[in-house]
Design a protein. Structure first.
Length: 114
């Protein structure tokens, strides 16, 4: 399985997970530049949530959250502020991260307001 297909599987799992928690998925894979893509933009009650999804087949090569570097986080923030400037109706927002490990059993770790 390629990294791209693992990532797509993880994003589908993340969307289903968030929907079960009552989040309304507004957009997926929203690209702002060559360096910035927000995996999931969702609404939880009156809060706009920007979700970065990191998926690993196993944890042998490291944990999913280890891939969110300072540079990656700064790119995410750029996308967030661009989106907010284009969608002024949203006043409350946060950035979440979902770490997903597929094997040996599915594990989802949800960090809110990173």
């Amino acid at each position: 399985m390629s990294n791209i297909s693992i990532g797509k599987i993880g994003e589908e799992i993340a969307k289903n997970y968030l929907a079960k928690l009552g989040y309304k998925i507004l957009e997926t894979n929203k690209r702002f530049s060559r360096f910035c893509e927000i995996d999931i933009i969702a609404l939880e009650k009156n809060t706009l949530v920007f979700v970065e999804v990191k998926t690993r087949k196993t944890n042998i090569t490291g944990l999913p959250f280890e891939a969110i570097t300072k540079t990656k986080y700064n790119h995410i923030k750029t996308g967030v502020f661009t989106y907010l400037s284009e969608n002024k109706k949203y006043k409350n927002y946060r950035i979440d991260a979902l770490g997903i490990i597929l094997e040996p059993e599915l594990k989802i770790n949800h960090l809110k307001n990173i």
